[in-house]
Design a protein around this ligand. Structure first.
Ligand code: GLN
Length: 255
């Protein structure tokens, strides 16, 4: 009788401990705060696939991880897609934020909210290294076959300023546009200057001309998501004013 009583107590204790422990694990996983981040991983050094591991990495990826940590997220989940799918994915709630070297433009500001700017860029006209194409003004693009990435400021600029005076070929990624340039399918590609500089270091291409568009990159959130936007801005300011910023630049731009 006494012994049975002790045994029952022991079993009860084990049960309580087991339920307690599993309950603990359960709460932890359901409470883990995950920031779902949309990007387009074809834009080195901002976002690209690590050639060795295949993992998505880059300046933007490290930056959003630092921000997420600062504002209380446990994890960041990166969702990779074509650049022109990013804003629709954000609007549809498939991602919480977009970081993709995305230029803050008045048209985009109508549909999403942007953080404070964190980078600047112009548009570079890139040709093959052995090309003798000379570009001294936008008009020199007339008659050329121009490769751009769909939905980008480069594509919009070329359509607006060169339009029917040239053949514009759109690609779903800048990697595809670069391949088309290397294969001779297009004469030039037009893309953001920091990424063009990366391509010049890695591939047999050169910058023929720079169009001074003075663009600023921002992190996008859903329109009206003020809480998240304020948190991101605060964290971004702190990071940009800390040694972490120089470290990020050094890591991904090499100086
Ligand atoms: N900055 C350009 C834009 O916003 C290109 C961005 C990109 O291709 N990732 O349109």
């Amino acid at each position: 009788m006494n012994r049975n009583f002790v045994l029952a107590g022991l079993i009860a204790t084990v049960l309580v401990l087991a339920v307690g422990a599993s309950g603990c694990v359960g709460t932890q996983s359901t409470q883990e705060k995950v920031l779902v981040v949309g990007t387009s991983a074809d834009f080195p050094p901002f976002e690209y696939k690590d050639p060795k591991t295949g993992n998505i990495t880059g300046f933007d990826i490290s930056l959003i991880k630092l921000i997420a940590k600062k504002i209380g997220y446990d994890k960041v989940k990166i969702v990779d897609m074509n650049f022109d799918s990013l804003i629709p994915a954000l609007q549809a709630g498939k991602v919480d934020v977009v970081i993709a070297g995305m230029t803050i433009t008045p048209e985009r500001e109508k549909v999403v909210d942007f953080s404070i700017p964190y980078w600047t860029a112009d548009q570079a006209v890139v040709v093959r290294k052995d090309s003798n194409i000379q570009i001294n003004s936008i008009k020199d693009l007339y008659g050329k076959t121009i490769g751009v990435e769909t939905g980008t400021t480069g594509a919009i600029y070329v359509k607006d300023h060169v339009g029917k005076n040239a053949t514009i070929k759109e690609y779903s990624t800048y990697v595809a546009a670069l391949e088309a340039l290397l294969n001779g399918q297009v004469d030039v590609i037009v893309l953001d200057s920091p990424v063009a500089n990366m391509f010049v270091h890695k591939y047999p291409v050169k910058i023929a001309y720079t169009i001074k568009t003075n663009e600023h990159y921002g992190i996008a959130v859903r329109k009206g998501n003020t809480k998240l936007l304020n948190e991101i801005n605060q964290a971004l300011k702190e990071i940009m004013n800390s040694p972490q910023w120089e470290q990020l630049i050094k890591e991904y731009f090499g100086s």
